[in-house]
Design a protein around this ligand. Structure first.
Ligand SMILES: Cc1ncc(COP(=O)(O)O)c(C=O)c1O
Length: 352
């Protein structure tokens, strides 16, 4: 949030936030696949557990505290990074941590994340099926007026403003490097990050803070299927986010569905068999980028890296790769808490 509030100090009163991150996250020009790529190190964005989810959490936690809430529920799949970030960071903001999760295909990262989530001691409810999620979420929200239930990925215009702040950081970092990036490549799941970058890059330009020669094209690599990651849906949410910013006292951006679509590429060909299902290209990219110090995962960032590898030769200008998966060690395992999980969840953790 720091970059957004530095650029628009008048927003502070209307946009309470809980400081969680270490900003700016570094921008590191690195040699990848035979070319210099700017790594935006969202993987180092906070202490405890980092990643791209820290930015929306700062704003949503701030809104929850301002509304008098006491407990914050993350929602997502078993092993969700968003849920793990929430349960690690919520206590730092003075909120009780909780997570409501549904099953997804097991992978090494999802298993490790679920063990870490449970080990924090947060209230964790593990549903048998995603079909139960809408009812369970509605019940949580009604059960206690002091509970706040986030949608999966905190993907709302409010959450997207956190990523708009990241685009302002990038603008300042690009200015220091003397070039406007031509492209940003990132994984796209709940769409919150992609939408925030569409808005934030336009905001930086409107404020004269960066991207004056050209706005970067956003390359969103689908890790969840259409219609969640429909380009039209994202463009509409970008317009709603720009409207929210304006209503809070920010500038008019003139962002339209058409102008958002014009600089958004959404590619579904790296999704493979579906959300959480590793692909051979993704797994290969994880191995290839490890020597560069990048810790990628098979659900999100590995698939985006596979896109980067294949398209880097055709992308214009400096290319930014959004490193979204926390690179920090996971919270220590609490064996007793893991052993106390229901048998069906332990079976998920132990499946071959
Ligand atoms: C590691 C990682 N990368 C990328 C994403 C996708 O970001 P978004 O949900 O904002 O589209 C997520 C979402 O959970 C994630 O955990």
């Amino acid at each position: 949030m720091a970059a957004l509030l530095d650029a628009l100090p008048g927003l502070a009163a209307a946009l309470p936030h809980a400081p969680l991150g270490r900003w700016p996250s570094p921008l590191e020009p690195t040699r990848l696949y035979g070319r210099t790529v700017w790594l935006k190190r969202e993987d180092l964005s906070a202490d405890g557990y980092a990643g791209n989810k820290i930015r929306p959490l700062e704003i949503v936690f701030g809104a929850a505290l301002a509304a008098g809430k006491r407990r914050i529920w993350a929602t997502g799949a078993y092993g969700s990074n968003h849920a793990l970030a929430t349960v690690v960071q919520a206590p730092r903001a003075g909120l009780a941590p909780a997570a409501l999760l549904w099953p997804q295909p097991a992978s090494a990262t999802a298993r490790a994340n679920l063990i870490a989530t449970v080990s924090t001691g947060a209230e964790v409810e593990l549903l048998r099926s995603i079909a139960a999620f809408p009812f369970a979420a509605a019940w949580k929200a009604r059960r206690d007026a002091r509970d706040w239930v986030m949608p999966p990925g905190a993907a709302t215009p409010l959450g997207a403003l956190g990523h708009a702040s990241a685009a302002l950081e990038l603008a300042a970092q690009a200015r220091a490097l003397g070039e406007d990036p031509g492209a940003i490549v990132l994984p796209c799941g709940s769409t919150c990050t992609t939408v925030g970058l569409l808005v934030g890059t336009a905001l930086a330009r409107a404020l004269g803070a960066g991207f004056l020669r050209r706005l970067p094209r956003i390359h969103a690599v689908r890790v969840t299927p259409w219609p969640v990651t429909s380009a039209l849906r994202m463009a509409r949410m970008a317009v709603a986010t720009a409207r929210l910013l304006r209503s809070l006292g920010g500038p008019r951006l003139g962002l339209t569905v058409r102008s958002a679509l014009a600089r958004l590429t959404v590619d579904g060909s790296y999704l493979g068999a579906g959300y959480g299902r590793p692909t051979p290209e993704g797994v290969q990219a994880i191995a290839e980028l490890a020597p560069a110090g990048l810790l990628l995962d098979s659900t999100y960032s590995g698939k985006a890296a596979a896109y980067l590898e294949e398209h880097l030769g055709t992308l214009r200008g400096p290319v930014v790769f959004w490193a979204t998966k926390s690179a920090l060690p996971l919270p220590a395992t609490d064996r007793a808490r893991v052993a106390a999980l229901p048998g069906r969840v332990r079976a998920w953790l132990e499946a071959p």
